[in-house]
Design a protein around this ligand. Structure first.
Ligand code: GLC
Length: 430
């Protein structure tokens, strides 16, 4: 059992680090792995089974006797994430069912104290860190085992106990596992959303977040404890926040109803769809946190592994257009969308146009263009009214998913301000 005194993991203090400092690695990363794994994986019907099927607490608890993940190999998970081109991961240290994958002094319902007899979080942290990946903890504030979650005014003591558990366990997670990069809260709603009062006040979130920052000054915290903190977290859709605000879209590979292992879940997104989501996130300066739901024994199904591997292959060729990407004001039209890095624009072609690609209203002068898939240099022509014509493209798409055209500009690429929409017609008449 890990017993350490709470003390900060570095000499930095929350006050010496700016928002930009703390978010710098996160913006560079763009792509992360979400992992939903716990007792519910044994039921094979997603992580909400306990609630959806109203499984009595004591019956549900018996699942812990069967949770012995004999093939759990976090090094293989980390390798899979790294090969997918992901730069960090977020593991469910505890979901809404209250079962902790980590060692806790304030709960008996944990992996180390039941059949698994292992601190699975410690193993995860060690393996991912070793693989050079950043490490995040998902933690659900709410715990279905407490009647005080469902009826906080009727069961006041139970609600207070649940809040106390939240504070104690965040302290444990922030103390016992060294440097942690992301604190990913979930389940901050109360009474299933029916409790309309200030949820941050209910959970005393400001207090617990200040404590987390004291212990891990660099940490990135999401917005699900009732306080905005560092990150917005659109779920199952990719929608950019305003410029300057950190955001990360999380998504399942299968149907949107479940994140934990669902045995029969045939409706998986294609590699092309997943890459399009990643590109959409990068184009809005946000991240894409893509989920897998390992089996109870710790293995990950082939359908998920294959998709991640294919994304990694794509990123090997096109990663420079994704990692550390910035917003770009150029038009993608029907063809696709742009990301940018300084004076370089990247046109992600989602619908291959054939031998020529045309981008309207380009104000900045173009120096050169290349196709990342082949490395071939392309022809560029800038016409009246900002029409940029990129020629010398192959007739068929050079990448089965998304081909990227890298365009070097004379300065940060900008679009013309088109005040007069008839101007392009009139230019012809001249
Ligand atoms: C929701 C769900 C939860 C899942 C999470 C991921 O809040 O309750 O099951 O873990 O979204 O974002």
């Amino acid at each position: 059992m890990v017993k350490k005194k709470s003390k900060a993991v570095s000499k930095e203090t929350p006050a010496t680090l700016t928002y930009e400092d703390r978010l710098a690695w996160f913006h560079e990363a763009r792509f992360g792995l979400f992992i939903h794994w716990g007792l519910y994986s044994l039921l094979e019907r997603g992580e909400w089974a306990m609630f959806q099927e109203r499984i009595p607490r004591d019956d549900y608890a018996k699942l812990a006797d069967r949770f012995r993940p004999k093939h759990f190999n976090p090094h293989a998970w980390a390798e899979m994430a790294r090969d997918a081109g992901m730069k960090y991961a977020v593991l469910t240290t505890r979901h809404h069912d209250g079962f902790c994958l980590f060692d806790s002094q304030v709960s008996e319902f944990t992996a180390p104290k039941t059949a698994a007899k292992r601190d699975l979080v410690a193993e995860y942290v060690e393996a991912f860190r070793k693989a050079g990946l950043k490490v995040g903890f998902y933690y659900s504030l709410l715990d279905w085992r407490f009647p005080g979650y469902f009826m906080p005014t009727k069961y006041k003591k139970s609600a207070a106990d649940m809040v106390a558990q939240f504070h104690a366990q965040v302290r444990e997670l922030m103390t016992n596992y060294g440097h942690i990069d992301v604190l990913w809260y979930d389940g901050g709603w109360i009474a299933h959303g029916a409790y309309a009062k200030d949820i941050a006040a209910f959970w005393k979130s400001a207090e617990v977040n200040a404590m987390a920052r004291e212990l891990q000054p660099h940490i990135v915290i999401n917005n699900r404890s009732g306080i905005d903190e560092d990150l917005d977290t659109p779920e199952q859709h990719v929608t950019a926040s305003q410029a300057g605000r950190g955001w990360e879209s999380c998504m399942t590979i299968g149907d949107s109803c479940g994140w934990g292992y669902i045995r029969n879940n045939p409706n998986m997104k294609t590699v092309t769809q997943l890459l399009q989501h990643l590109v959409t996130a990068a184009a809005g300066e946000g991240n894409f946190l893509l989920n897998v739901g390992p089996r109870p024994d710790g293995t990950i199904r082939k359908g998920e592994r294959k998709r991640l591997a294919a994304m990694g292959e794509w990123l090997k060729v096109n990663g420079e257009a994704i990692y550390g990407s910035q917003r770009c004001s150029l038009h993608g039209g029907m063809i696709g969308m742009w990301t940018r890095k300084g004076n370089t624009g990247y046109l992600h072609v989602l619908r291959w146009p054939g031998k020529e690609a045309v981008v309207p209203l380009v104000k900045t002068a173009v120096k050169s263009a290349r196709l990342l898939a082949t490395g071939d240099r392309l022809q560029v022509r800038q016409e009246h009214n900002g029409r940029l014509v990129i020629g010398g493209l192959p007739k068929s798409p050079p990448d089965p998913h998304i081909a990227v055209i890298k365009v070097k500009f004379d300065g940060p690429p900008e679009s013309l301000d088109e005040r007069d929409k008839a101007a392009w017609i009139e230019a012809q008449a001249e």
